[in-house]
Ligand binder design. Structure first.
Ligand code: SAH
Ligand code: SF4
Length: 355
């Protein structure tokens, strides 16, 4: 074995034992292309996840409540300036119906995700969350609705929301500028994340891997930020172009880099909830399974009304059927069984590691 290979393997052991490397060491790991070493990285991460959670995968029912968005992120098909999209907003009752269906299927977490928009003063969202909380007292409510005022985050929390997903997307100011118009500010996004955590939400952040102009140094910065922030959830998926965005002709992110990063996060954060994302499953037919075998412990099947799924196209060819669909839980069960895993039907809240 070459000295270099041995060095990287010992970095992986160090990461597993100490949960921390320095910036140069993360970079070395991210630049590594040796399949033996990367397989070792994934195996270590999988082992850490299994030790913590067993061979069990939490499921979250994803309800895409609206594809209407005031923002103009360059990467996303829901961006305001995309005119080539049929906009929808699910009604209060339609969302409750999704929850009811999900509950009967066995889901105990509902994730309400949507474009960033203000429905009036936000009280529409508060009433919705309060109603779901009242009707499904044993379920967790996760929100993924973008940047909001602190008072609204607080009201939503008080109404019964438990978790919030808001990816920071990149921690590098210039790179943030390359992904978003100037009306969106990295400082504000980070401030939102800090506020969410202060309020008491189990807060998730994350990035797209391979977003245009991303470098390995950016990824190292993201790792360092996530280490500092200590999120309850980490969402990482490959960037996938959407034909009606300024990034239509950019290449998709790499599945391999996504998996390597996922494993690094798992070794750094043994207790964190890390999904095998839909974007991974969209890029590769075995992407979900590969995510799990690299240390992921959550999947988020789609509970949205089937009639609207195609309209929630944040990127091209987004998977929303088969094992990505809530009604396809049997298929998901079979696919998990094939790699020796099973669905965990409980709420699966974040419990920080005590060890
Ligand atoms: N509006 C909310 C939630 C919807 S978007 C928000 O922005 O937070 C949810 C996530 O989809 C984003 O955080 C982004 O990381 C991801 N996403 C958007 N466009 C994407 C693309 N083209 N490829 C991969 N992921 C994308
Ligand atoms: Fe809107 Fe979120 Fe898409 Fe940005 S990523 S355009 S905020 S839906």
């Amino acid at each position: 074995m070459t000295v270099q290979k041995e060095n990287i393997l010992s970095l992986i052991d160090k990461l597993r034992n100490e949960r921390l490397l320095c910036a140069d060491e993360y970079k070395e790991l991210l630049l590594c292309k040796d399949t033996d070493v990367l397989n070792y990285l994934h195996r270590q991460a999988q082992e850490v996840a299994v030790r913590r959670f067993g061979r069990r995968i939490f499921i979250r029912g994803l309800i895409e409540i609206s594809n209407t968005c005031n923002n103009n992120c360059y990467y996303c098909g829901l961006r305001r300036e995309n005119r080539n999209i049929a906009r929808y907003r699910l009604s209060h009752d339609a969302i409750l119906a999704c929850c009811r269906e999900g509950y009967l299927l066995g889901f105990r977490t509902f994730v309400l995700q949507g474009g960033e928009e203000d429905r009036g003063d936000g009280s529409w969202y508060v009433d919705l969350v309060a109603d779901i909380r009242h009707r499904f007292p044993d379920c967790a409510i996760t929100l993924s609705l973008g940047e909001k005022r602190r008072s609204l985050y607080q009201q939503l929390y008080n109404a019964g929301a438990n978790r919030y997903l808001l990816r920071h997307e990149t921690h590098h100011a210039l790179h943030y500028r390359q992904l978003h118009p100037t009306s969106m500010r990295l400082e504000h996004r980070l401030q939102c994340l800090t506020r969410l955590k202060e309020i008491g939400y189990q807060t998730g952040t994350g990035i797209m891997v391979g977003s245009p102009r991303q470098t390995v140094d950016h990824l190292v910065e993201d790792i360092l930020y996530i280490k500092k922030f200590q999120p309850a959830m980490i969402g990482i998926g490959p960037f996938i172009p959407h034909k009606d965005t300024p990034f239509a002709h950019e290449p998709a992110g790499s599945i391999e880099t996504t998996l390597n990063l996922l494993s690094i996060f798992r070794l750094m954060h043994p207790a964190t909830l890390i999904p095998a994302t839909t974007a991974l499953a969209t890029l590769a037919s075995d992407g979900r399974e590969r995510g799990i075998l690299a240390g992921a412990n959550v999947v988020m099947p789609n509970l949205s009304p089937v009639a609207h799924r195609a309209d929630y196209a944040i990127y091209d060819n987004k998977a929303s059927l088969g094992a990505e669909a809530a009604e396809g839980l049997q298929l998901l069960t079979n696919k998990l069984a094939a790699i020796g895993y099973e669905i965990a039907y409980e709420r699966g809240d974040y419990q920080p590691a005590s060890e």
